[in-house]
Design a protein around this ligand. Structure first.
Ligand SMILES: Cc1cc2nc3c(=O)[nH]c(=O)nc-3n(C[C@H](O)[C@H](O)[C@H](O)COP(=O)(O)OP(=O)(O)OC[C@H]3O[C@@H](n4cnc5c(N)ncnc54)[C@H](O)[C@@H]3O)c2cc1C
Length: 377
């Protein structure tokens, strides 16, 4: 059996790791030119079934490195006003861990050098009468396999061909995603799991990514064949702007000034947090979600992660759900590989279960959104 995965994001790579562990032939095709091509370094909270699924797919020799490059993610979730006075508590959350998406992606690439091809932008697929599927790329090349998995994120071309009627909703308003190097002063802003700032004109969401060990040094000691980026600890913040801000400037410096203009009179620690944000790792944030889709009738093309059930980051479930998909699909394909199930029956089992918990996670994320946005949109 050969599995073609479109997209070397964290979901597609997690699946590839699991399939390699199971002895299944897998090829991953990524549209970006390389792993450093664009900004992708924000904090991701992992826990429960998502974390268990990641561990299930990742080879045991990398588990220690995964732990070493995570950070604490537990404790109180406070709501404060713009002067940092505590105005509410959302209750503690425990048991998960904070990871950085960029570091995690490097970790998930470990050992896959001969399986992943960068610069391969998927364009379309063709299903052949003999049951095989052929993926066609923008550079004119093609690849054939027994199953095609669209793990190509929110803009998925695979989904657009498989489910042209599937709808992705873009929520209105402007959001920003900032990253500021962690100092003692800024660490005090997030004493627990996270802090929500309800200011007069905007809301901010603060989270800390404090690596237990610098990722590149941990890799050098624990798995020298794995190259992890030298990313420093940081405070990640999201800001949701008031509806009267209709358009954002093109560059981060001007965007930051616009935000600072809305923070007049705010506590100096919050103002300084925004002022010291790192231009390379800060960007506008578009919040989207998928509308539920009915099961489409199994074929040799399926979907995984944001490609099928993208959700707002409000409940911290997107990556967790993508990993859960990867482990579940991997288990189903392993059964088919061992002759315990027909391939299509195995894929159908995956799809039915995935659609169920995937869209439940979308609904839960939408429910939590009003806590973070100025108008509860
Ligand atoms: C600010 C923010 C915070 C978040 N926090 C959390 C959190 O705390 N916990 C959590 O669980 N989730 C969180 N998420 C969600 C999480 O990041 C996503 O759900 C997760 O990255 C989805 O993984 P994926 O592999 O499905 O898609 P992606 O990570 O988007 O990967 C898709 C890949 O496909 C590639 N691709 C796209 N089109 C093509 C093509 N045509 N051909 C080839 N390749 C293609 C892309 O380049 C990309 O590499 C957060 C998201 C954001 C934005």
């Amino acid at each position: 059996m050969r599995v073609l995965v479109i997209g070397a994001g964290i979901g597609g790579l997690c699946l590839a790791q699991g399939l390699v562990r199971a002895g299944i032939d897998v090829r991953v095709f990524e549209g970006e030119a390389g792993v450093h091509s664009r900004y992708q370094g924000f904090r991701i909270g992992l826990g429960g079934p998502g974390l268990a699924a990641l561990r299930e797919c990742l080879p045991p020799r990398l588990h220690g490195l995964l732990e070493a490059t995570t950070g604490e993610l537990s404790g109180e979730r406070r709501v404060v006003d713009e002067q940092l006075r505590v105005t509410g508590r959302l209750g503690p959350l425990n048991g998960g861990m904070a990871t950085d998406r960029h570091v995690l992606r490097h970790l998930l690439l470990a050992g896959l050098a001969d399986r992943v091809e960068f610069g391969k932008r998927f364009v379309s697929y063709e299903e052949a009468a003999d049951g095989s599927v052929r993926a066609v790329f923008a550079d004119g090349s093609a690849a054939c396999g027994d199953l095609l998995v669209g793990a190509d994120g929110v803009g998925s071309r695979v989904r657009r061909q498989l489910l042209p009627e599937a709808e992705i909703v873009t929520l209105g308003g402007n959001g920003l995603l900032g990253r500021t190097p962690l100092t003692e002063r800024f660490a005090g802003l997030v004493p627990g799991f996270g802090t929500v700032v309800h200011g007069p004109q905007l809301r901010m969401l603060l989270g800390k990514m404090e690596f237990r060990r610098p990722p590149h040094l941990a890799a050098a000691e624990l798995a020298p064949d794995v190259e992890l980026p030298a990313t420093g600890s940081y405070l990640r913040w999201g800001a949701f702007l008031p509806p009267h801000v209709e358009a954002l400037p093109q560059d981060w410096t001007a965007t930051r000034e616009l935000l600072l203009g809305l923070m007049d009179g705010w506590h100096p620690d919050l103002v300084e947090l925004v002022r010291q944000s790192d231009a390379v790792n800060s960007s506008p944030l578009t919040v989207r979600h998928a509308k539920p889709v009915p099961h489409w009738g199994t074929r040799r093309v399926t979907l995984l992660g944001d490609a099928v059930h993208v959700m707002p980051p409000s409940a911290g479930q997107g990556a967790n759900t993508a990993f859960r998909d990867a482990a579940l699909l991997c288990r189903s394909l392993t059964a088919a590989h061992h002759g315990e199930a027909e391939l299509l029956a195995a894929v159908e089992r995956y799809e039915l279960e995935m659609l169920d918990y995937g869209f439940a996670a979308v609904a839960a994320s939408l429910e939590q959104l009003p806590t973070f946005t100025p108008t509860g949109r």
